[in-house]
Unconditional design. Structure first.
Length: 211
């Protein structure tokens, strides 16, 4: 059986672009790697992405060898944090911490990950395969929207989420800002790139007390 998370979970990977919608994101497992700094200028970022894809394809091979099942390697995703939340709206990328990741299907076992990463480390000894990790993540209640355009053009949409949408709904942050990159920037014009912007949320206790 061959799975494709973008097609199988369109509710999570293909939201509308007109306004934020609410989704309940289930427990998922990712292959992930951590880093810090501007993704456009940090050499470590580019190398981390290479390692991530090398690991994901090796895990795919390990699963196929064990079960015969196959999957389309999912899109690149990122969790973004900063000591100063305003760094996102200001696009102060040097202050960003990131966890870049690729979703893994439920059929993948921890042993598949171990076996796959071992294989990747042998084939790509120049990449930081040892820095890759299995990351379980349950985001739960989240708001998300499809952004079409350059990454730097996300700022007004994020400002609207933080300053208008979340306060109106009485919600606050419940996890890192999450982006899902549906387009390959090497092949798609910047103004046509598609990115899912997701924010896990929870009721704002300050709003509840005010009510």
């Amino acid at each position: 059986m061959r799975t494709d998370i973008k097609k199988d979970r369109k509710d999570l990977y293909l939201p509308g672009r007109a306004d934020f919608t609410e989704v309940d994101v289930p427990a998922m497992t990712y292959l992930a790697i951590d880093g810090h700094g501007d993704p456009n200028t940090s050499p470590a970022y580019a190398i981390a992405i290479q390692a991530l894809y090398a690991g994901a394809y090796a895990i795919r091979s390990a699963l196929k060898k064990r079960t015969g099942d196959d999957f389309v390697v999912g899109p690149l995703e990122g969790l973004w944090t900063s000591a100063d939340d305003s760094a996102f709206v200001a696009r102060d990328k040097g202050e960003w911490d990131w966890t870049m990741m690729i979703p893994l299907p439920d059929a993948v076992s921890s042993q598949d990950i171990v076996d796959g990463l071992g294989q990747a480390a042998c084939k790509k000894p120049d990449l930081p395969i040892a820095a890759l990790k299995e990351l379980p993540l349950t985001e739960g209640r989240s708001l998300q929207i499809l952004h079409v355009g350059t990454y730097d053009d996300e700022a007004p949409t994020l400002a609207r989420l933080h300053d208008e949408v979340m306060p109106r709904l009485g919600l606050t942050w419940n996890g890192p800002h999450h982006e899902i990159y549906l387009s390959d920037p090497r092949r798609v014009a910047p103004e046509k790139m598609k990115t899912v912007l997701r924010q896990p949320v929870k009721p704002d206790s300050d709003t509840d007390e005010a009510d």
